[in-house]
Design a protein around this ligand. Structure first.
Ligand code: AMP
Ligand code: MG
Length: 401
């Protein structure tokens, strides 16, 4: 049986290449950019007014900056979307709105609040500096300026920036397409009534949500009993339609655990089976070309913890998020000893204690069949064989989200 770090290393060496796709801007939020993106147009697109007011020539209003009032003749208007079709000459002014194109001849804007207009006459008593209240074409950036770095997760403002440039499709990482196959003759859909010897399939919906939360996409979800032919058929369909195949259950040592054999029949080669860990000892991972197959143990806790620790990082990597696993540090609020011969993914609850210290409280019941050991927790620690933590020890926690 291999260790957790050996399993991780094998998986890391077998990762497929991330794939690019070009998608429409309206679907790109939350996706990771594949290449740098550059400006196509200057920003602002044209020189315009930063205020509602009057476009003037600085030479005409400069005396107002020294306390000498000046009078100008109003010529017309430049509205946002309807530019003034003429030139502002000496002694002249044009009414202008915020964002409206600055008329030819003008080189300053006087805000409404700093002048008085009566009829066609404008009286200006205050002026500050040349070029005041003007946004110049290209002052933010010019064409070819890099706007967004590759590997950035696109947020609403990135999307707006690209929209302002008329960029309608963006190159992003394509999320891995995942096929889930839930095995077990004892299972019924969670919305059906089980007979006394049956249970509801809770892994199917759990893994579906976990795929989406881990930045993957669902290709298919199938449910099969513990039947060899059905399992082979399901694996074949999954391998045709997805980049990653995930089995729930059927990877242990019982006579009805058929996934390993079915995977081999479909051409998947074993990367490893069984890891010195709890939960999730029977974890099975295989590969066929660039496709990975994960056989997660059926116990819901094992399935989830193996998914979180082994599958989520692969999905995140393929979606462009890199390989780092987020960890936070905290302080044990009690002692904790690993007396098993396997490393443990020990579920814990982190809570903000006094003085801003994050307290780490182990969840008492850690059974692989007890989903509350996960639902009551908000992270887990990797506890090596023989490791003994004392109250007050600093530990690294892998948060659930
Ligand atoms: P297996 O790995 O197939 O031997 O299953 C281990 C345990 O997990 C058994 O008690 C199963 O009944 C349970 N189990 C397997 N699949 C599911 C599932 N989809 N939802 C809930 N429990 C399951
Ligand atoms: Mg089973």
């Amino acid at each position: 049986m291999i260790t957790i770090s050996e399993a991780k290393k094998i998986l890391d060496d077998s990762l497929p290449e991330p794939v690019r796709e070009d998608i429409s801007l309206s679907e790109a939020a939350g996706r990771v950019l594949y290449t740098d993106l550059h400006a196509l147009e200057p920003s602002p697109r044209y020189t315009n007014s930063a205020m509602d007011g009057f476009a003037v020539r600085w030479a005409d209003i400069e005396p107002a900056s020294r306390g000498i009032a000046c009078q100008l003749a109003l010529l017309g208007e430049s509205q946002a979307g309807i530019p003034f079709d003429g030139t502002v000459g000496t002694g002249q002014a044009v009414r202008i709105s915020t964002g409206a194109k600055l008329p030819d001849g003008a080189d300053a804007v006087v805000p409404i609040e700093e002048c008085t207009a009566s009829g066609n006459e404008l009286n200006i008593e205050i002026a500050h500096k040349p070029k005041q209240n003007i946004r110049f074409e290209g002052e933010e950036f010019t064409p070819d300026t890099r706007l967004i770095h590759k590997n950035v997760v696109l947020n609403p403002v990135h999307i707006a920036l690209l929209a302002s440039q008329g960029i309608r499709t963006v190159p992003v990482y394509r999320p891995a397409r995942v096929a889930i196959i839930v095995t077990g003759t004892e299972l019924v859909p969670y919305d059906a009534q089980p007979k006394p010897w049956q249970i509801r399939d809770s892994n199917g919906i759990m893994l579906t949500e976990a795929v989406l939360a881990g930045n993957g996409a669902i290709a298919t979800l199938q449910r099969v009993g513990d039947d060899y032919e059905d399992t082979v058929r399901a694996a074949q369909t999954a391998a045709e339609q997805a980049d990653i195949v995930i089995f729930s259950g059927g990877v242990s040592v019982g006579p009805h655990d058929l996934v390993k054999k079915a995977a081999a029949e479909c051409g998947f080669e074993r990367l490893f089976w069984r890891v010195r860990q709890r939960p999730g000892k029977p974890l099975f991972v295989a590969q066929k070309d660039s496709k990975l197959l994960f056989g997660l143990p059926g116990n819901p806790v094992s399935a989830y913890m193996c998914f979180l620790f082994y599958v989520t990082p692969v999905l995140r990597y393929l979606a462009g998020h890199g390989k780092d696993i987020r960890k936070v540090s905290g302080v044990m609020n009690t002692e904790l000893v690993n007396k098993l011969t396997r490393a443990q993914m020990y579920r814990v609850m982190m809570r903000d204690g006094e003085n801003g210290i994050r307290e780490v409280i182990p969840i008492a019941r850690q059974g692989s069949h007890m989903l509350t050991s996960v639902s009551d927790a908000n992270g887990f620690i990797l506890l090596e064989v023989g490791q003994a933590l004392k109250k007050g020890d600093k530990v690294e926690v892998i948060p659930f989200s």
